[in-house]
Design a protein around this ligand. Structure first.
Ligand code: UDP
Length: 487
């Protein structure tokens, strides 16, 4: 048996938002199952929420080499910490404050002055690029985990090229034209599909963007390797492009399915519930779904950060009710700007919702998507939601909101053909029509492509599959790094 001190010790540091904590906790548990020591750096605020809303402590208590460490996120107590307006993104504020608050502790942890075992590898969120510099200074190898999609990561890497080639800034009239200088994507990526921050730029703001991106990309590339939550068969061409610029890339996804598979292989009573919700889950929707026919329900969720105006809420609501389909809709407490609707809700919407709708504040999403009653997913195209839909084999209707979602929805509709893209439109008649396309008119063709891709996802995480083998390689490499650090 290996001597205790030679066991690698990995420190994991996610950006403290739902869509990043979930895959990084899944990775942490996979590393624990491979008998590595893991410290997971959570913010005080999120740790409180996780402890209140999930079985997180019991889930990780069964791994003796695992500990949580806590750091304040640096935001004021009264900061809402959720709901991202397209126009005022607080994530840059979060990263900035987290850097101030987290850097001293991170440095102490890496040099070993906090009493924890020596860290032999740091796995950081790709957005926490300040950690690269600290780790490089103290010579701890860094692996960057990019939680967003690889197709977005590649687009992100191309931003300086696009600015230099004059593709950005672009005019509103050009939205539906193809982006000329996007290597590997020039046959299908339109200006409309570029990450949301590329819009509304002018020549001078582009110079700032160029400067920012050159710095960010450089810092990102200081990482020894990248972990991506995808699988080779889904994004082979994009992964080749990324590999042409980054020496080592491990595709390990879909991580939630990968973890589930590994847990199911263990001949123990390890609990298979790996939830990591920051909100309290409403399980009542499962018994509501139990009463519905197969593939008859549209599941509607816009993730943890999107916000809707009251007008958008009404258009979605009317479109859903008029489609005459059953719907299960997640309305997070902070989903809508302003808490109450100004005008009274029309009776037909209330009636239609009573007959065919179920509204919850937060759903057990993976369980919902796996339910036989779900026939389609109206989604904001967050990367976790996209992967969860793929694993469950549920075709999507995409209404991307910001960041990687514009790119993801284009891949879903044009490249993988497993969904429809309703980007930039929020009108009740279109919502109604596209829900009917998803659930009836185009149902069979979407389901056929989805079934193929869903099967490839499952193969990739099973023994011998690409994500399964890449994970073994990652463990070997982390062990080798740890040995190197001993000399
Ligand atoms: N989610 C959930 N219940 C809900 C809504 C969302 O469990 O009612 C989870 C979903 O399963 C996914 C995450 O929240 O894992 C959202 O991540 P995603 O990347 O899709 O979007 P983001 O919230 O980052 O925009």
């Amino acid at each position: 048996m290996e001597h205790q001190s030679s066991t690698p010790h990995v420190l994991i540091f996610p950006l403290p938002i739902q869509g990043h904590i979930t895959p990084m906790l899944n990775l942490a548990e996979l590393l624990c199952l491979a008998n590595l020591k893991v410290t997971f750096l959570n913010t005080t605020q999120n740790h409180k929420l996780l402890t209140r809303n999930t079985n997180i402590e019991a889930r990780f208590a069964r791994y003796p080499g695992f500990v949580f460490s806590i750091v304040p996120d640096g935001l004021a107590d009264e900061h809402p910490r959720a709901g991202v307006s397209k126009f005022k993104d607080w994530s840059s504020e979060l990263v900035e404050k987290l850097a101030l608050s987290g850097e001293p502790l991170l440095r102490e942890m890496l040099v070993g002055s906090t009493g924890i075992d020596k860290v032999t590898c740091l796995i950081i969120d790709g957005w926490i690029s300040f950690a690269n510099e600290v780790a490089n200074e103290v010579e701890v190898p860094v692996i960057a985990f990019r939680c967003s999609s690889p197709c977005y990561m590649w687009t992100y890497f191309c931003i300086p090229k696009l600015i230099q080639a004059g593709d950005i800034p672009f005019k509103d009239e050009a939205m539906d034209e193809l982006v000329k200088s996007s290597p590997g994507m020039d046959s299908f990526l339109r200006y409309r599909d570029l990450p949301s921050f590329c819009r509304n730029q002018d020549t001078s703001s582009c110079q700032d963007l160029l400067h920012l991106f050159n710095g960010e990309i450089q810092r990102n590339k200081q990482a020894h390797a990248f972990i991506l939550n995808t699988f080779e068969d889904l994004e082979d061409p994009t992964l080749s492009l990324i590999r042409s610029e980054c020496s080592k890339v491990y595709s390990l996804g879909p991580l939630h399915a990968h973890l589930k598979y590994k847990l199911s292989q263990k001949e123990t009573t390890l609990c298979n519930n790996s939830s990591s919700n920051l909100w309290e889950v409403d399980q009542s929707c499962i018994s509501w779904l139990d009463q519905k026919p197969n593939k008859s329900v549209v599941y509607v969720s816009f993730g943890s950060l999107t916000i809707l105006t009251k007008d958008q809420l009404r258009e979605f609501w009317a479109g859903l009710v008029h489609s005459k389909k059953y719907f299960l809709w997640v309305i997070r407490p902070n989903l809508i700007i302003g808490s109450e609707l100004d005008n009274p809700t029309p009776d037909d919407l209330l009636e239609g919702t009573k007959k065919r709708g179920c509204l919850v504040k937060w759903a057990p999403q993976q369980e919902v998507l796996a339910h036989r009653a779900i026939g389609g997913f109206l989604t904001h195209s967050g990367w976790n939601s996209t992967l969860e839909s793929i694993v469950a084999g549920v075709p999507m209707l995409c209404w991307p909101y910001f960041a990687d979602q514009q790119v993801n929805s284009r891949f879903v509709s044009e490249v993988w053909r497993i969904g429809l893209d309703m980007k930039d439109v929020c009108d009740r008649t279109i919502v109604e029509k596209m829900i009917n396309d998803l659930m009836d008119v185009k149902k069979d063709e979407l389901q056929r492509s989805m079934d193929k891709i869903s099967q490839l996802a499952k193969t990739s995480i099973s023994e011998g599959g690409s994500s399964y083998s890449n994970f073994n390689q990652l463990i070997e490499d982390i062990k080798a790094m740890s040995k190197k650090g001993e000399h």
